[in-house]
Design a binder for this molecule. Structure first.
Ligand code: SF4
Ligand code: SF4
Length: 499
């Protein structure tokens, strides 16, 4: 029995605020639960969760590595000679591998955001808080901070002892080492964040030789500081008190959503016992009340109190409890991924179809499919060049050296293509009308660049009497290629001001 954790000597009502706020959403199935819980994380004090080992801890490590690979490594990838993913805000241009979005593509950016939002809603309806538990940046950064805590200060008991110990050389050395590691981590995180918005291969050397721009330095410092504040100082408080998603996602939950739950029917009445004890004779359920599930919980709640909005779905309590069940020779899964419907025996636990084929999943799925389709269709039919005709307000109308009336315009030409393009133009609106200002052979616009050029439209004075006359620009453009170019045509309307 010695290797089986024993309950704490005193049981009292937990004064942790998270427990006090326990919602009344506990599964209704099963036997009534014991009302007392063990106080593990005293109110107002920093939570020092015990390290959990097990299959879900390994999954979490994999998720942290995968998400951080994306965050730290992707900005260093190049694509067609430029940074593969770059949100170039000063230039108002976003590059996502082969996709290039400019200011004229706000609709596609909005659709991308909608895809992310509806994707998350759809996923939450199916899988509950899997996003929170494994890939939310707050969870992932907090997990990394916990790794540093664990690496430098040791597991929960050692950390608690260190917190209570007086300041001496050893404590200062340990704390200094920890904060040095944290500083290096948040500094590199901030620099990487800035590298998503500024070409990282130029920004990092510039940072070290003192020539980086102020905006990029500010972005790096701000994100680094916020990482320190949210993931190290505030930790679970962000999930408990600040995260809006934790609140509104309950609207997406129903009794078929995947949740992490304690099986009260199997676990109650809880109680300590010897490993060799006959639980039937002692009239006990499978929960030995060891509180390991509470000790490992990073938000300091007791899963046995039922489904709580504070639970981030990290599954640490599953690993901890499975380990206890193994030691007791009880089946695993007293705490497990399940659904309220399965806990109530409305259907078999493994009935995946029952969970997936439901109106809410279909509803979010349909909206998601529509938005994805709109995005793909729109982006595939998008012109690779856009021309904005800006009237030169400084010069409304004048007479040119031919004696014709002339209006001035600025053409803002946006090339979304990965190749240089050549633009030519004609103008219609009067029987005799002339366009000047474009270079002979057409305007060459480099790949992914915006070029603004002044042009003039003129006509015989008799055609354009006082007032505004509609005219039409027809632009023809094609990519610069070695082979036969395939031109595209753009028609834009404007006006000509008469005498
Ligand atoms: S649910 Fe499992 S880990 Fe939690 S107290 Fe009971 S036996 Fe221990
Ligand atoms: S109750 Fe379990 S799943 Fe929820 S946050 Fe705590 S340890 Fe993670």
């Amino acid at each position: 029995m010695s290797d089986i954790p024993q309950p704490q000597p005193s049981e009292k009502t937990q004064n942790n605020p998270s427990a006090a706020n326990t919602p009344k959403t506990a599964p209704k199935s099963g036997k009534p639960r014991t009302s007392s819980v063990i106080q593990i994380h005293p109110a107002g004090e920093r939570i020092h969760p015990k390290k959990a080992d097990g299959r879900f801890a390994k999954l979490r490590i994999a998720a942290v590595l995968a998400t951080q690979f994306v965050f730290y490594v992707i900005p260093w990838f190049n694509w067609n000679g430029r940074q593969a993913v770059l949100f170039d805000i000063p230039e108002r241009h976003f590059f996502i591998f082969g996709l290039s979005l400019g200011m004229g593509d706000l609709i596609y950016m909005a659709l991308l955001l909608m895809i992310c939002a509806f994707g998350l809603f759809w996923w939450t309806t199916i899988a509950g808080r899997l996003w929170c538990g494994y890939s939310c940046p707050q969870t992932v950064y907090t997990e990394i901070m916990l790794w540093i805590d664990h690496l430098v200060e040791g597991d929960r008991n050692k950390r608690l002892k260190l917190e209570k110990s007086p300041w001496n050389f050893t404590k200062i050395r340990i704390k200094a080492t920890k904060y040095l590691l944290i500083f290096l981590f948040v500094a590199w995180t901030g620099i990487t964040f800035a590298g998503w918005f500024n070409p990282i291969r130029e920004f990092v050397p510039a940072l070290f030789n003192g020539t980086a721009g102020g905006g990029a330095i500010f972005a790096a410092a701000f994100y680094g500081f916020m990482t320190f504040l949210l993931a190290h100082i505030m930790r679970e408080k962000v999930c408990l008190h600040m995260c809006p998603y934790a609140r509104f996602q309950s609207a997406m939950f129903d009794h078929d959503t995947l949740i992490i739950s304690y099986d009260a029917e199997r676990g109650e009445p809880r109680g300590a016992r010897k490993k060799t004890a006959n639980k039937e004779e002692e009239k006990l359920g499978d929960c030995i009340n060891c509180a390991m599930c509470v000790q490992v919980c990073p938000v300091g709640i007791d899963i046995r109190d039922g489904l709580q909005y504070q639970c981030i779905g990290c599954a640490a309590c599953i690993d901890a409890c499975d380990e206890i069940m193994d030691k007791m020779n009880y089946p695993r899964g007293l705490i497990r991924y399940t659904t309220e419907g399965a806990l109530k025996h409305d259907y078999a636990e493994k009935d995946i179809k029952k969970r997936l084929l439901r109106p809410r999943v279909a509803g979010y799925g349909a909206v998601l499919a529509v938005v994805v389709t709109a995005f793909l269709v729109g982006i595939s039919q998008r012109e690779s060049m856009e021309v904005d005709i800006l009237k030169d307000r400084g010069v409304m109308v004048r007479e040119n050296n031919k004696g014709w009336l002339e209006n001035s315009y600025n053409l803002r030409v946006l090339n979304y293509s990965e190749n240089e393009q050549i633009l030519t133009a004609t103008v219609k609106g009067f029987e005799e009308i002339e366009l000047t200002g474009l270079p002979e052979g057409g305007l060459r616009v480099p790949a992914r660049e915006t070029v603004t050029i002044p042009v003039q439209v003129s006509t015989i004075p008799e055609y354009a009497d006082k007032g505004s006359h509609p005219i039409e620009f027809e632009f023809t453009y094609h990519e610069v290629t070695d082979g036969e170019p395939s031109p595209s045509v753009l028609v834009e309307e404007s006006t000509f001001i008469g005498e």
